[in-house]
Design a protein around this ligand. Structure first.
Ligand SMILES: NC(=O)c1ccc[n+]([C@@H]2O[C@H](COP(=O)([O-])OP(=O)(O)OC[C@H]3O[C@@H](n4cnc5c(N)ncnc54)[C@H](O)[C@@H]3O)[C@@H](O)[C@H]2O)c1
Ligand SMILES: [Fe+2]
Length: 402
């Protein structure tokens, strides 16, 4: 039975890979560099937006929003503000944003924040595009199918790469199911990468969101199909950038070079995974976000080395290649691959990221396996297709490694 399922998944992925080459993988128009948030009014005007809905979270509403609103005020741009997005944003929040957008007569979005604010706004954009579909109905691949309103994404973490991806990750708080809406129409129209916005990001969020970006790059690089020359190159460059700059940004949040390079690396990793897919690390991490509100980057940081070790020889060659790129040596492919995983563990340790989670409840494990396998298969081109038992073994290791 498992062999049949695996064969079906691989056939699905091979066929999708051919279809995917005909899709319009557009990229957002990007502006970058210190102070580039000042271009937002001209981007809104270029997109024909007369009134914008600015979407953010309560923390950023205090520290970064005033600066963005001043830019809009100085340019005389009308706007409304929704500032109540929570981490692991809910369907209810997405619906509330959609309602405010309509009530206020807005014509486009300015999403300021990490993945949570950007995804909540993307989810609302999908609801505007498809008024008859609930977010739950749009879960999965290519279920939106219509243009969302003009969308400017301003990432404040480095990070999710949501400013360039097809995904909006939403949680149904009634069932605790965290799921992805994935559609090319969700790719934002503009990405504004201003490193100054990330100078105040606390070290523990810098580290975990940076490890999320590393997970995007590594999982995209390991996928067995979907990759293109461009997605491979961007995944490789992202891995190199994150190995070089993440710990510098963690040590000194105001290091302008490290902050700028991390934003660029996370953007590249975002493009790589939106084209090539993520994998079992993300599929399991999302279950922790939905059930226990575990921050997404933290979940990935912990799970990444455990899943890579579990994959074993299936990924040695590719991991050895990444090891070469970041200057990790070894006398064989296997040795280099293992050293690469050890270095991820060492980075985690140096940045005070735990090795496991002790809050996973026994009663939830079966549900976690069901959700993780449903998310990963058949869409993610994972290097190793998990059976229920192998997934259970990995979840046990996440608990045992505390
Ligand atoms: N759409 C995608 O492609 C994609 C990819 C990966 C993850 N995600 C999703 O994104 C969400 C996680 O996003 P995230 O990791 O960016 O975290 P987040 O948006 O949840 O933010 C985490 C915390 O950091 C704070 N914060 C953000 N920027 C800050 C700044 N510059 N200074 C000070 N504090 C700041 C926020 O207020 C919040 O409290 C998850 O739901 C995850 O599943 C989406
Ligand atoms: Fe992620």
């Amino acid at each position: 039975m498992d062999a049949l399922k695996k064969a079906y998944y691989r056939i699905f992925q091979a066929v999708f890979n051919i279809g995917a080459r005909c899709l319009n993988w557009r990229r957002p128009n990007m502006v970058s560099g210190p102070g580039c948030v000042n271009t937002i009014p001209s981007l809104l005007s270029e997109a024909g937006v007369k009134k914008a809905l600015v979407v953010t979270d309560p923390v950023l509403a205090k520290i970064l929003l005033p600066g963005i609103l001043k830019v809009l005020d100085d340019a005389g741009v009308p706007y409304a503000v929704f500032s109540e997005v929570e981490p692991n944003p809910s369907v209810t929040t997405v619906e509330a944003i959609c309602k405010m957008y309509k009530d206020e007569g807005c014509g486009g979005f300015v999403a300021l924040g990490g993945g949570s604010a950007m995804d909540a706004a993307k989810g609302a954009g999908a609801m505007i595009a498809c008024p008859r579909k609930t977010p739950n109905k749009m879960a999965g691949l290519l279920k939106v199918g219509k243009n969302i309103p003009p969308f400017i994404a301003i990432p404040t973490t480095a990070g999710t790469g949501s400013e360039t991806t097809i995904a909006a990750i939403i949680t149904d708080k009634a069932t605790h199911h965290k799921y992805a809406i994935m559609d090319l129409h969700l790719i934002p129209h503009y990405a504004v990468l201003d490193p100054e916005l990330t100078y105040g990001l606390p070290p523990h969020i810098t580290s975990t969101t940076g490890m999320d970006a590393l997970t995007h790059a590594v999982e995209a690089f390991l996928c067995w199909t979907y990759n293109t020359k461009e997605s491979i190159r961007l995944a490789e460059e992202a891995v190199v950038g994150i190995f070089k700059y993440l710990e510098a940004a963690y040590a000194d949040g105001k290091d302008p070079v490290a902050r700028e390079q991390m934003l660029i690396a996370s953007h590249k990793a975002g493009f790589a995974f939106t084209r090539a897919g993520v994998g079992n690390v993300h599929a399991i991490a999302h279950t922790l976000g939905g059930l226990y509100n575990t921050p997404h980057g933290l979940a990935n940081a912990v799970i990444l080395p455990i899943v890579l070790e579990d994959y074993g020889p299936a990924v040695y060659e590719k991991l050895a290649h990444l090891a070469d790129l970041v200057g990790i040596t070894g006398s064989s492919v296997e040795e280099k691959a293992k050293a690469f995983i050890s270095e991820i563990r060492a980075m985690n340790q140096r940045m005070n990221i735990p090795t496991g989670f002790d809050n996973i409840l026994e009663k939830d494990i079966d549900q976690m396996i069901t959700w993780a396998l449903k998310e990963a298969n058949p869409i993610y081109p994972v290097p190793v297709v998990y059976t229920r038992e192998r997934c259970r073994k990995v979840i046990r290791r996440i608990i045992d490694e505390c």
